[in-house]
Design a protein around this ligand. Structure first.
Ligand code: ATP
Ligand code: MG
Length: 280
């Protein structure tokens, strides 16, 4: 892995074998972000004054009610959706469009059906490593638990396997930032847990900075360093931010056996219920 990623292990892990931990470095600055969509009945202010700093190597989950604006915020960070107010700075550079510094994964993998799995990943790799050959994609497929599957076509894979390829494709960019919009929400519970474990293992190894939208409170508690709870719209914004300090590497059964887990869970669910009451 590159130097920056190694450095972020010290930053986030903080244990550092007795060495003085490096101060956390901000990678993503989201400042006073606002988005108003034009609609047939006039402007609709979906997000207002959304401000958040994400440290290098940090795993942040965003939760909130359906329609509050989570995907809107994420798509602005992706560079796919211009903000109405405010902006996003990644590593000192303002986002003005999509870039290979960000790997994205959506609910569905949206693979190119006419290309083999290996070529789907190679296409991504080719954007950052010109001249990459199909075999260069294999380590990324291995890393998501698909060794030897490179010659298969997307239609031959289950939804969970396709989503694994989507994650491999995002990692193949070697991005500084991973942006995940409910990547596991269409999968069954067992496959979802499997992919959460896989993502966790990859993240532990590489410590990429991750911003992930999820509806699943348990998923957020398992994966995140911080959970950002968005208020309900209109004009949704950052409500509360919860630090999740379970030691890493995390094991599901270990954190589930702590009372802290249920206290944190109550806080997130309580916040969401409060938002629902305000909305009703
Ligand atoms: N291009 C658009 N034009 C007009 N309104 C939009 C547009 N995109 C999103 N919206 C509206 O903005 C609001 C927020 O949408 P968004 O997709 O960001 O919500 P979300 O929190 O991701 O919801 P979900 O959890 O269901 O995915 C919704 O009311 C949606 O209808
Ligand atoms: Mg969404």
């Amino acid at each position: 892995m590159n130097e920056a990623a190694n450095q972020s292990i010290n930053v986030v892990g903080g244990s550092g074998g007795g060495a003085t931990p490096l101060p956390p470095r901000t990678l993503v600055e989201i400042a006073q972000l606002g988005k108003t969509y034009p609609t047939p009945v006039g402007p609709s202010e979906v997000v207002r004054d959304f401000t958040l700093h994400v440290r290098q190597g940090e795993f942040v989950c965003i939760v909130g009610h359906s329609g509050c604006g989570k995907s809107t915020v994420l798509s602005i960070i992706m560079g796919l959706n211009p903000p109405t107010t405010g902006g996003v700075v990644i590593g000192g550079r303002e986002v003005s469009g999509p870039g290979t510094d960000r790997g994205v994964v959506f609910q569905s993998a949206t693979l190119l059906p006419w290309l083999s799995v290996r070529d789907n990943v190679r296409l991504s790799l080719g954007q950052v490593r010109p001249g990459a050959v199909a075999a260069d994609a294999d380590p990324y497929l291995d890393a998501v638990g698909l060794p030897g599957q490179g010659n298969r076509y997307p239609r031959e894979l289950s939804a969970g396997m396709q989503q694994r390829v989507g994650i491999a494709r995002a990692f193949a960019l070697e991005p500084r930032l991973l942006l995940l919009d409910e990547p596991f929400s269409l999968l069954d519970a067992l496959t979802r847990m499997d992919l959460q474990d896989q993502l966790m293992t990859l993240w532990e190894a590489e410590r990429k900075t991750v911003i992930m939208v999820t509806h699943d409170v348990d998923e957020a508690l398992f994966l995140a360093d911080r959970i950002v709870m968005m208020t309900s719209g209109p004009a949704a914004t950052v409500g509360e931010i919860l630090a999740v300090s379970f030691p890493r590497p995390r094991r599901r059964e270990e954190i589930l056996s702590t009372s802290e887990y249920f206290e944190l869970r109550d806080q997130v669910v309580g916040f969401l219920e409060e938002c629902a009451n305000v909305r009703a």
